[in-house]
Design a protein around this ligand. Structure first.
Ligand code: NAG
Ligand code: NAG
Length: 372
């Protein structure tokens, strides 16, 4: 398989010329630039710069990530994240770099910026157990700064045009449940009833999405929360389920997802000229686990990479962790995160799936309609 990242590093001058030509030619396809928001499912290294225990810039993370030659990058996966695969599908020439790796005056014109931070949530108190993280509001602040830089460098009109033709994927919300609602003791927040909590998260997220729209985003792709009760860590801490998915956790996020979907469809009718996709990651991943043998996957209960010993099982992998030889037999890479294979299979559904999987239509259809 040809590797776009490696080729641009060999041919960077040529790559720049190509990008430049594509961006000035009016009938060429749009340059895919991505401004990415989220948590560890899509972090590509912001947490490397933070004082946090949610770090993955150690082996064996990245062992199957070909663009880095198998070296860790800060991705919480053995290989590509869902958004790496999505960038490939758009024909992107580089993966948007972590915002903290860029100079404060970067304007994201090359291929966008990734603001995602492991442990982060929609609510800013979420993820306190991990110490430092960049919550969703702070990620938006950082995007607002990128946008200001773009306006300074290119002028307001050009900046607006460029941003209105970019893609804004958002993969966040899991931590608001895993490290907040479901564990009120370690969240800084005291226990609140489920309805109240979910209403808070939805309300905050609605404001965030509206703010993003007001900052020129017009193609926004929102992933819902996956079946967190099926993560190896949840199975481990709830042994009464005998290694099966923890229904009680899944029911909470299903309730949230339903309300998220309603909010997004409301937002779609409130905001003009916006393409807002709702991606049902919950449905896609549950289906993948149910039919995993169709894909040659044999293990879902534990991640490929595990720490040995009590309690440390709940931590991310590190150099001393043991890991499986054949990653393609595992649905999960570590106690929290899907394997590269699971990401690859899911992205196929996000790109080409039916209207249950992505509403109102799949990403491929949106690309066609928007000229990517
Ligand atoms: C969360 O946001 C509130 C309100 O904007 C602010 O007062 C508080 O300091 C923030 N907390 C964190 C942990 O950032
Ligand atoms: C849509 O607009 C209505 C009327 O202004 C408002 O009450 C509602 O909160 C908005 N919904 C969203 C999701 O923005």
């Amino acid at each position: 398989m040809s590797n776009p990242i490696r080729s641009i590093s060999f041919l960077s001058t040529f790559g720049f010329v190509l990008l430049y030509l594509t961006s000035i030619s009016s009938d060429a396809k749009k340059v895919p630039r991505f401004f990415i928001f989220g948590d560890s499912l899509v972090d590509v290294g912001n947490n490397n710069y933070l004082g946090t225990i949610a770090k993955s810039n150690v082996e064996p993370y990245g062992i199957d990530f070909t663009p880095s030659g198998g070296k860790p990058t800060g991705r919480f996966c053995n290989g590509k994240t869902v958004l790496d695969f999505a960038v490939d599908e758009f024909g992107g020439t580089c993966y948007p770099p972590p915002s903290l790796s860029l100079s404060p005056d970067d304007d994201g014109t090359l291929c966008g910026v990734n603001y995602a931070s492991s442990g982060a949530g929609i609510l800013n108190e979420t993820g306190a157990i991990f110490l430092e993280r960049i919550d969703m509001d702070a990620q938006l602040d950082s995007y607002a700064n990128t946008r200001q830089n773009l306006i300074s460098n290119r002028g307001g009109e050009k900046a607006t045009e460029l941003l209105r033709n970019a893609v804004f994927p958002i993969v966040i919300g899991s931590n608001d449940f895993i490290d907040n609602f479901l564990t009120p003791v370690i969240g800084s927040q005291k226990y609140v009833p489920q309805d109240v909590f979910i209403a808070q998260v939805i309300d905050r997220h609605q404001r965030q999405l509206t703010r993003l729209y007001n900052l020129d985003a017009r193609f926004i792709i929102i992933w819902n929360v996956p079946p967190i009760g099926c993560m190896p860590v949840e199975r481990k801490v709830n042994p009464q389920y005998g290694g099966k998915c923890v229904d009680s956790a899944n029911e909470v996020v299903s309730d949230y997802n339903k309300k998220l979907k309603d909010m997004i469809s409301d937002l779609r009718s409130n905001l003009s000229e916006v393409t807002l996709l709702y991606v049902d990651m919950y449905y896609v991943l549950s289906g993948l686990l149910r039919h995993m043998s169709d894909y040659g996957i044999e293990v879902e209960e534990v991640g490929c990479c595990t720490n040995v010993g009590p309690l440390v099982e709940l931590l991310p992998c590190k150099q001393t962790s043991i890991y499986c030889a054949d990653r393609s037999k595992y649905a999960f890479w570590d106690p929290y995160h899907p394997s590269e294979l699971a990401n690859k299979i899911s992205v196929k559904r996000y790109m080409d799936g039916d209207e249950i999987e992505v509403q109102p239509f799949n990403i491929r259809r949106a690309m066609e309609l928007l000229g990517f």
